[in-house]
Design a protein around this ligand. Structure first.
Ligand code: NAD
Length: 270
């Protein structure tokens, strides 16, 4: 499926680690839709991951950048600008919690880890917008998208400190979306995606059960990474020019459901 709806556009995609990454699938679809892409990820992810294969496949420059580093973000934008000029879209597809990784329960957080969670998973989004605004990297009616999860609104115990990171991320889309809209006519949105089997997703304790539960709670079933990428392409395109400052659930209907028959089935003897 390809309609050329990103023909002539240029964008930066963060966070492609391997074929399961939402960013990986988005990069391929954006390329197929006619866009030129600049890929970036943390230096360690570039060394350890498979992103070089993706860069080769879609002929994308690959620029290492730790998304928490203002210096790295500046270098990334400067390199992107000298290659392609201003950009039409940016995907923030970055998340990591050391508390989750090291099995620290929510009631016994390590606060140094917590600061890292916020910095990597949310403040990096603000940094990418702030540096981008200062360098005037975003084209008029450009589109900035970040990925979120419904734990920003509802409690999922094992999602841990990522819940607040996602709440902050969504708030940045509104607050920075206001300023970028006024100053540059740039859109900023978050996509709240179904649980998706990726490296980051699977790191959450009990992920398989959450995936299964969400599948049974969603009238359309869970949205896959591939479907998420399709939706992000629409958000990058000119078909959503006046959509901004929104958190959009891309979750098969999960967020609007109280309970389904499939879930109640488990209690039929109660
Ligand atoms: N998988 C899910 O269930 C799910 C659901 C909703 C939202 N999301 C969000 O989608 C986004 C993408 O995650 P994914 O599921 O594709 O997993 P993924 O593991 O493929 O991607 C996460 C990426 O973050 C990158 N990253 C981590 N620290 C970084 C840093 N300091 N600088 C730059 N990059 C850094 C990693 O290298 C990796 O490429 C994340 O924001 C995640 O929270 C995921």
């Amino acid at each position: 499926m390809s309609f050329g709806i990103l023909k002539g556009k240029v964008g930066i995609i963060t966070g492609a680690l391997d074929e399961s990454s939402i960013a990986w699938k988005t990069a391929i679809k954006a390329h197929n839709e006619g866009a030129k892409i600049i890929l970036t990820n943390a230096p360690v992810a570039i060394r350890m991951g498979k992103i070089k294969d993706l860069a080769e496949k879609i002929q994308a420059p690959l620029i290492p950048a730790d998304a928490t580093s203002l210096e790295d973000i500046t270098k990334l934008y400067e390199a992107a600008h000298s290659e392609f000029g201003q950009i039409d879209f940016l995907l923030h597809s970055i998340g990591m919690s050391l508390n989750v990784r090291k099995n620290r329960p929510y009631t016994d957080l390590n606060y140094d880890f917590l600061n890292k969670t916020y910095d990597i998973s949310a403040i990096s989004f603000h940094k990418m917008m702030q540096v981008g605004l200062k360098l005037d990297i975003f084209k008029e009616y450009g589109s900035i998208v970040a990925l979120s999860y419904i734990a920003a609104q509802r409690t999922f115990g094992k999602y841990n400190d990522m819940a607040e990171a996602k709440a902050l991320l969504e708030s940045y889309a509104r607050s920075f979306g206001y300023h970028l809209g006024k100053l540059k006519k740039v859109r900023v949105n978050t996509v709240s995606q179904s649980p998706t089997p990726t490296t980051a997703g699977s790191g959450v304790e009990g992920f398989d059960k959450m995936l299964h539960y969400a599948e049974k709670m969603s009238p359309l079933g869970n949205a896959t990474a591939d479907e998420c990428a399709d939706f992000i392409i629409i958000l990058f395109s000119d078909y959503t020019k006046k959509l901004t400052m929104q958190n959009i659930y891309h979750d098969g209907g999960f967020s609007s459901v109280g309970v389904t028959e499939e879930i109640l089935e488990n209690f039929k003897d109660a």
